[in-house]
Design a protein around this ligand. Structure first.
Ligand code: UD1
Length: 422
């Protein structure tokens, strides 16, 4: 198993380019199943989750050519509609093939994704939406078996009682080939949702309310979509935010290229609260970090609020602030796995329910720690960059799922980081 060794205490400098967003690429790849032909994708990040989903599509019969940041996916040759446990268990987001497979082929089987480190993460809202569109759903032998009514899914009015990114994505894809109009109320508004809507629009689907919490999809009535132009994946807002935090915690000045400033506004705002300054031009951003960081108060929320996927990284940064910070996690019930590992590095973090109090410490010290989930792992990397001495982070396969060339990018900024095997 791979581990990372980071020698802390080095300032970062220079510039890096942000990769395409994993969380935008996953629904886009799933949506290629709606096309009875070839779709071209650009700016895909080199991360394990992308390779996992492409492998799933290949297992379903798609022809996939993948090199550098581009992929050509031909879904005219799909011969199976069963997403097997071996793949789905590696990555929860595989559930995103449910909507497109069902709406295009009329039936499918997708393994239940199960729980994960950050919480229970059920898929009840995905299933409820598909049922509202006329699907018959059965859960048997660890699989979701879904069958569309004769003639295909029917447009419906879907009210999500909780905002769900994946649920909104699955519903959008299912609705795109359904008969009639589907209205999604309390839809997620993340940039990933907007990218998916724009892709579906480019495939010939009329969609109203893109980027709002009320989206109307005029289904194609069973006609497969056709994506003639390449789909370019938007920049990764969480990767960008993570590197801004890396600069803040090491009191450094760095520049990020290929970012969408609007998508990272809440991250910028919180770092400004902590005393960081920014220079922004088009799609690049430079951060100037203060010698002493101020405390910060954060409550996670759906977009455009502060992203839960940035919570762990800010917790790492807050450990070295001048006063106590508070972070409240509102989206996932168990997303504080990084707390005990950060405390191993010398942090002083206390948990009460879903709120963490981060008491300031003068220094963090290198230690052996364990990565527990994707973003928790990046918090450990950030803490290690600032810690005195060397930190060994085990189980970094979590990081490989979501960060493109993490060691390469950090090394190019002057960090001392190596990967080893044990
Ligand atoms: C996506 C992101 C993840 C991010 C999360 C919230 C991807 C691949 N992953 O995950 O990085 O942390 O959004 O921004 O894009 N819920 C239910 N029932 C459901 C679905 C969700 O109760 O059927 C709950 C979840 O347990 C969670 C909340 O709703 O508490 C939000 O989850 P959701 O937005 O669906 O997250 P994901 O799409 O899984």
């Amino acid at each position: 198993m791979d581990f990372l060794e980071i020698e802390g205490g080095h300032k970062l400098f220079g510039e890096i380019t942000i990769s395409g967003a994993k969380n935008a690429a996953l629904p886009v790849i799933s949506a290629t199943l709606l096309c009875n032909g070839t779709t071209q994708l650009k700016n895909l990040p080199h991360v394990v989750d992308i390779r996992t989903l492409l492998k799933l599509l290949q297992m379903l019969g798609a022809n996939v050519e993948y090199s550098n940041e581009s992929a050509t996916i031909d879904c005219s040759s799909i011969k199976s509609t069963k997403a097997v446990y071996e793949i789905v268990s590696q990555m929860r987001a595989s559930i995103l093939v449910l909507g497109p497979l069902l709406t295009r082929f009329g039936e499918c089987e997708v393994s239940l994704p199960g729980g994960c480190a950050i919480g229970q993460r059920p898929i009840d809202l995905h299933l409820k939406a598909l049922e509202a569109m006329g699907a018959k759903i059965e859960i048997k032998g660890g699989y979701v078996r879904a069958e569309a009514p004769k003639g295909g899914l029917r447009g419906a009015k879907i009210v999500f009682d909780k905002i769900t990114v994946g649920g909104t994505e699955n519903t959008l894809m299912a609705a795109s080939m359904a008969n009639g109009v589907t209205e999604i109320i309390n839809a997620a508004r993340e940039p990933e949702i907007v990218q998916l809507c724009q892709m579906l629009q480019s495939g010939g689907v009329e969609i109203e309310g893109v980027g709002t919490s009320r989206i109307k999809v005029h289904g194609s009535g069973g006609k497969p979509l056709c994506f003639e132009n390449p789909i370019e994946i938007i920049p990764d807002r969480i990767e960008a935010g993570t590197y801004l935090c890396a600069a803040a915690i090491t009191k450094s000045d760095i520049t990020l290229k290929s970012v969408n400033i609007e998508h990272i506004q809440s991250t910028i705002d919180k770092l400004e609260d902590m005393g960081c300054h920014f220079q922004i031009s088009d799609n690049s951003i430079s951060i100037h970090s203060p010698e002493e960081l101020k405390e910060v108060n954060i409550v996670t929320a759906e977009y455009p609020g502060f992203p839960t996927d940035m919570q762990a990284q800010f917790m790492a940064v807050a450990t070295l602030a001048r006063d106590e910070s508070l972070i409240e996690e509102r989206l996932f019930e168990n997303r504080f796995m990084h707390v005990s590992e950060l405390n191993r590095l010398g942090a002083d973090i206390w948990l009460k329910g879903n709120t963490a109090a981060i008491r300031p410490v003068k220094k963090l010290y290198g230690a052996d720690v364990m990565a527990t989930d994707l973003r928790a792992s990046s918090a450990l990397v950030l803490a290690a960059l600032a810690a005195e001495g060397t930190t060994k982070i085990r189980r970094i396969y979590h990081l490989d799922r979501g960060y493109d060339n993490l060691e390469g990018k950090l090394s190019s900024l002057g960090a001392v980081i190596t990967r080893g095997k044990e």
